[in-house]
Every structure is written in C-alpha cells, then in structure tokens.
Ligand binder design. Structure first.
Ligand code: SF4
Length: 280
C-alpha cells in the first residue's frame, strides 16, 4: 500500500489540461495534410480514400481535399509531391458540415477555401475560445452533464479505442462533465464510429431514434464521417449522414482523443442552437 502511494506521488497528475490549455500531440503525430501553392500537387488517384479531387477551369487546375474522407496516410506528401503537400499537426478539425471540411487549392496561387466553407483553423479558434468554459457550458446547455452513447456502426475499432481512451486518467472527460452511458434512452446524443454496414443500418437508425430529442449525432472518424476507405457498396451504406442527419463530423483515422473532445465541444454549440430555435 505504501509503495502504491509513493508511486502515485512520484507520478503526479497525468491528466491533460486540454481544452483549457492547447493539446500537444506527440512528435510522430500526423495531422491533416496542408496543400501548398505550386504546380506539383498530386493527382486524385494518389489518394487511396478518394479525398483528393481536381477540376479545371479558366483559373487553372483546382485540387480539392475532403478532410472527412482523408485517412491522413501521408501518401500525397511523399516524393515527388513533398513540399507541395505537407502533413500538418492540426487535430482540431471537427466541423458541423461536410462543406466546412472541403479545402480547395488553386494550383499556382495561394490556398483558397471553397466559398461555402469555413477554414478549419478559424473554426478551431472560435471553439478553443469557448473551451476554457467547457464544464460550465455543458451544464448551462443541458442542465447537467453530457451523456453520450457510443455506437459502433461497423468500424475497425480504432476509433472505438480512442473513444474509450477518453475515460482513462490521461483524458478523463468526466472532469468536463462528459460521460458515456449504456442505453440510448439515457443519452443526450450518440457518438457513431465506422461506416454504416448494411446489416447494422436499421439498428443504427433505431438506436439514434431512441435518444430523446433534442439529441446530437457525432460522426467520429473518417468512416463515420464519409465512409472513409470503405466507401459505399453492397455491404456498406457509407457515412452516417447517408441514413441520418449528423450534427458534427470529426475527421481522422482515427481521431486522437483531444480531437474527439474538440468535436464534442463543437457539437454542444449545435445543441444549444437547436434549443434556442425551439424556444427552450
Ligand atoms: S493523406 Fe489524405 S489526402 Fe493524402 S493521400 Fe492520404 S488519405 Fe489521401
């Protein structure tokens, strides 16, 4: 017993202060690709998940990156496209709309974002400003803590592990008033992982419908956000938004735990907006 106490004192506090303080990903961490101006941007067939597309017009060649589809594999940043594309370290990428995750670059000019889209970094800055107040915000919106039901719609389990990590001593989301419950009837929302397999399509729909309204639906990871590397086919319906409205998309394959915390904070803004519309 004494040894346990001594070890605990030696270890100190391991819990991250994110989001009150910026998250610092490990050195090996690979975030979203950054497309730079230049003529050597990769063709779409380099990307294994179909995240890159191109179009041509009078303005030249436009290359678009869909962060919801990107699995951050780094292939587009390898030789000979090294320099034109670099792998960034951003993980605060969650957005309320698929359009916000689409970044378009004009090959010979500076980076542009499609007119409907909001740059991920701008979104990040807004949400980070709110993040210091995360715990009190959750209670203000919900009147209590935020209860989520984790729903695996057909994932490889990578995102599920990252969701599970939210409850460990390092991330400890309960300090923010966020917890996971066993029943959708006790939840305020669902965190869905994986592309929706045809076998689970009805189950996913029914589970989400069992959550009392207003509810939030969070698509965690590239598969849930877009179908990811699995895409759509006879066995997969694709992303969650193919069968249900999604409130927040969290890119990543898998997204790291801080990225999921960031996405949940973005989702809370959505819940608040819905309640205001209903005059609650
Ligand atoms: S990092 Fe993303 S955009 Fe680049 S090749 Fe991999 S999946 Fe495609």
């Amino acid at each position: 017993m004494l040894r346990i106490l001594i070890n605990a004192l030696r270890t100190g506090v391991v819990t991250t202060r994110y989001p009150a303080e910026p998250g610092v990903p490990p050195d090996r961490f690979r975030g979203a690709p950054v497309l730079r101006s230049g003529s050597r941007l990769p063709p779409p067939d380099v990307c294994p998940s179909g995240a890159l597309t191109e179009r041509f017009d009078a303005g030249g060649r436009h290359v678009a990156l869909d962060l919801a589809r990107c699995v951050f594999c780094g292939r587009c940043a390898e030789d000979p496209w090294e320099g034109a594309v670099t792998m960034g370290r951003d993980f605060e990428l969650a957005a309320r709309s698929r359009d916000d995750l689409r970044i378009e670059v004009v090959a010979d000019e500076t980076i542009h974002v499609s007119s409907t889209a909001e740059p991920a970094r701008a979104l990040s800055a807004v949400a980070l400003a709110e993040a210091d107040r995360a715990s009190s915000e959750i209670r203000r919106v919900l009147g209590r803590s935020l209860q989520l039901r984790h729903l695996d719609a057909g994932s490889c389990n990578a995102c599920d592990w990252e969701l599970a990590a939210l409850l460990n001593p390092v991330y400890d989301v309960r300090r923010l008033g966020i917890d996971f419950v066993a029943s959708p009837r006790h939840a305020d929302g669902v965190a869905v992982t994986g592309s929706v397999t045809r076998n689970l399509e009805t189950a996913v729909r029914r589970t989400v419908e069992a959550v009392p309204d207003p509810r939030i639906v969070i698509a965690v990871g590239a598969c849930a956000a877009s179908g990811g590397i699995v895409g759509e086919g006879y066995a997969s319906a694709g992303g969650v938004d193919r069968i249900l409205p999604v409130d927040v998309y969290i890119p990543g394959c898998p997204p790291r735990p801080e990225a999921i915390i960031f996405g949940i904070l973005v989702a809370l803004g959505r819940l608040d907006a819905r309640r205001s519309r209903r005059g609650e």
